[in-house]
Write a new protein. Structure first.
Length: 296
């Protein structure tokens, strides 16, 4: 999560048995990125869930090669790639036993990533925070599963353990949560951002290309606070926020998924992870009870 996840959130998730990840670009320099990797690895000595890093694989990311070299040097267990699946990068991560998952919003993206040899596909479905797709998870997962037999992760509007269980029932191996973790104590998000997530609902999430140039979901109140009219945004044209456009887009215009209506508090990451586990186990238990009753 850009400008949201850092060492504290990653470490607390991993200590709770949940894979914690962060974008390399959350640190403003490659030197800072390497310092974060060192800190996380030092704090996670012992038996904890693995951590991961998101690398933007696109020509607009001038740090890609330097950050990739640092990632290989530190043998980051999991790398999530976005905006491009490149076989050379996948091979570099595989060289030390690392795993590569790739964000996809369309089936053709999924096929290209599979051809590049990724170990998993993150199906970013309708309603997800950030650069979300428009496909229903029932449709997307079924089409991906038809040709991809490795790890499949479901993303989009997942905020509780019952939904994680539902994702597994749909055919996903793992669930991918973003927005729910923005509203945690360890998140680097502005406190106003966290409170806005608690105070909003699905109706307050706006899907538009006018903010970043690519369709993404943003919170309407933050669009209003930026001085724009969410009901009169240009169509397929990126707005101009001035000289600090890119920083302002993600720093002041805040992204979130449609699952915000199910987020009502700002817990610690450890408390949230514990809650998700309890809800997941309760959902699985209910299913087993139903199956037992049906069998009788």
């Amino acid at each position: 999560m850009f400008l949201v996840s850092g060492p504290d959130l990653v470490v607390e998730c991993c200590r709770s048995g949940v894979v914690g990840t962060f974008p390399a670009l959350n640190q403003r320099t490659s030197e800072g990125y390497e310092a974060w990797l060192h800190e996380i690895q030092q704090r996670l000595q012992g038996r904890h869930a693995p951590f991961g890093v998101n690398l933007i694989v696109h020509k607009t990311n001038p740090r890609l090669q330097q950050d990739l070299a640092i990632t290989v040097k530190h043998k980051v267990p999991l790398v999530i790639t976005s905006l491009g699946a490149v076989k050379d990068l996948v091979d570099a991560i595989h060289s030390y036993g690392g795993v590569v998952f790739h964000d996809v919003i369309h089936l053709h993206h999924a096929r290209k990533a599979a051809e590049a040899g990724v170990d998993g596909l993150i199906t970013v479905c309708a309603g997800a925070g950030g650069h979300a797709g428009t496909l229903n998870p029932f449709a997307f997962l079924a089409e991906v599963r038809a040709f991809f037999d490795k790890t499949v992760i479901l993303s989009g509007c997942i905020t509780n353990g019952h939904q994680i269980a539902a994702a597994r029932l749909l055919g996903a191996d793992l669930a991918y949560l973003g927005t729910r973790f923005i509203a945690t104590h360890e998140s680097m998000a502005d406190q106003r951002y966290k409170e806005m997530i608690v105070d909003t609902a699905a109706k307050d999430v706006l899907y538009t290309a006018a903010i970043s140039g690519v369709h993404a979901n943003f919170l309407r109140p933050s669009v209003v606070a930026s001085g724009a009219d969410p009901d009169n945004l240009p169509v397929n044209v990126k707005m101009d926020f001035g000289a600090e456009h890119e920083a302002k887009v993600w720093r002041d215009v805040w992204s979130a998924g449609q699952g915000v209506g199910d987020i009502h508090d700002i817990p610690t990451a450890a408390d949230l992870c514990g809650r998700l586990k309890r809800e997941y186990l309760a959902a699985i238990s209910s299913l087993h009870d139903f199956q037992a009753a049906a069998a009788d």
